[in-house]
Design a protein around this ligand. Structure first.
Ligand code: DAH
Length: 346
């Protein structure tokens, strides 16, 4: 037994000495002290020995156990020290590493809209906000579009399900246009008024390359003494030239909207053919870019403004349509699709 103990000790001390890694040392440890390890099994044989022999073997076994434990611990320290030294000496050359950077930019519609806001701020227009979820009163009734009026069919409206709300069906809707801001701002401010709204609207739309259910509109409201269609003509051209180029003329064409009188479709000279007629403008030479007109006297009255003293102009334009023209984007759905392949080009 004594021989066996010293044999295990010599053999394992040598293995410990030669070990290079913590993993090897763990294996050696388990081979000795683990379940069924050499030093775990030995004491089970002590029962067979005489008392005399046990007296000798006991202390020998204990000292071998201690020696081996200490040797493993010492070697662990050495191995760790080695790997720290290796790490400390290791040099990582980062000078040649190219960092992959992706530079983002504003969405093309946001860029265009920021340009529009800057343009009209210069003329003293202030931005105004109105609710996306609104009553039919502000979206329709106060704009001369009573319930049941055929003009309501001009807007395919998304109504809010009144479930659990204290409103009747058809009372709340997602605003179909930024014109819902008109009477609100008239009630809030006294003329002279120069305001702009550039924001989201919603339609129950058959989506295609030119129509989206979620769209932006740019609305202006200008109310003062003596405001006329001449101001509308001037501001339309100022708007188109500021965004699409100096040579884009504007023309007003009679068009019906219930909240203006007279009403106009505002066309911009086709930016592609400059009036000659092409595929984009359908051979007409002009593109409709906004709906507009002189604010109807009844709408002014609804906002608490006397139409005998003041007159006003308003328009609503589609920034996305303008962005399509400006950046040559064919499908309006590209804007909100999140398709970076398209958006990254602009
Ligand atoms: N709100 C109209 C639409 O969504 C556009 C419009 C037409 C706005 C005439 C106006 C206006 O302010 O005067 O189609």
């Amino acid at each position: 037994m004594e021989e066996k103990i010293s044999q295990i000790q010599t053999e394992y001390l040598e293995q410990i000495q030669q070990a290079q890694s913590l993993k090897e040392l763990d294996e050696i440890f388990l081979g000795l002290f683990g379940k069924k390890g050499q030093l775990d099994l030995l004491p089970k044989e002590f029962g067979k020995l005489s008392i005399e022999e046990r007296k000798k073997v006991g202390p020998l076994f204990n000292s071998a156990k201690q020696n081996l434990e200490q040797a493993i611990e010492r070697k662990r320290g050495e191995v760790r020290g080695e790997s720290y030294k290796k790490l400390a000496n290791e040099k990582l050359d980062l000078s040649d590493t190219k960092l992959i950077t992706r530079k983002g930019h504003l969405h093309p519609v946001t860029r265009l809209e920021n340009g529009v806001v800057t343009l009209f701020k210069k003329l003293g227009f202030t931005q105004y906000g109105a609710p996306h979820i609104d009553s039919e009163e502000y979206n329709f009734e106060l704009l001369n579009i009573p319930q049941g009026h055929p003009a309501r069919d001009l807007w395919d409206t998304l109504y809010i399900d009144p479930h659990n709300l204290k409103v009747s069906p058809g009372e709340l809707l997602l605003r179909t246009h930024t014109s819902n801001a008109q009477v609100r701002l008239m009630k809030e401010f006294k003329p002279p008024i120069r305001m702009m709204i550039i924001d989201r609207c919603f339609r129950y739309e058959n989506v295609d390359a030119r129509h989206e259910h979620t769209l932006d509109q740019f609305e202006i409201v200008y109310i003062d003494k003596g405001v006329s269609m001449a101001n509308l003509q001037y501001l339309s051209e100022y708007f188109f030239q500021g965004i699409l180029g100096k040579d884009i003329k504007a023309r007003l064409r009679p068009k019906y909207y219930p909240f203006v009188e007279p009403g106009a479709g505002v066309d911009g000279l086709c930016i592609f053919c400059k009036g000659k007629g092409c595929k984009v403008c359908g051979g007409i030479g002009w593109l409709e870019l906004a709906g507009a007109g002189m604010i109807h006297p009844q709408v002014l009255r609804n906002g608490g403004i006397d139409p005998n003293v003041y007159s006003g102009i308003a328009w609503g334009a589609g920034p996305e349509r303008m962005a399509m023209l400006k950046f040559g984007i064919e499908n309006i759905r590209s804007f909100k699709s999140g398709d970076l392949k398209i958006l990254e080009k602009f």
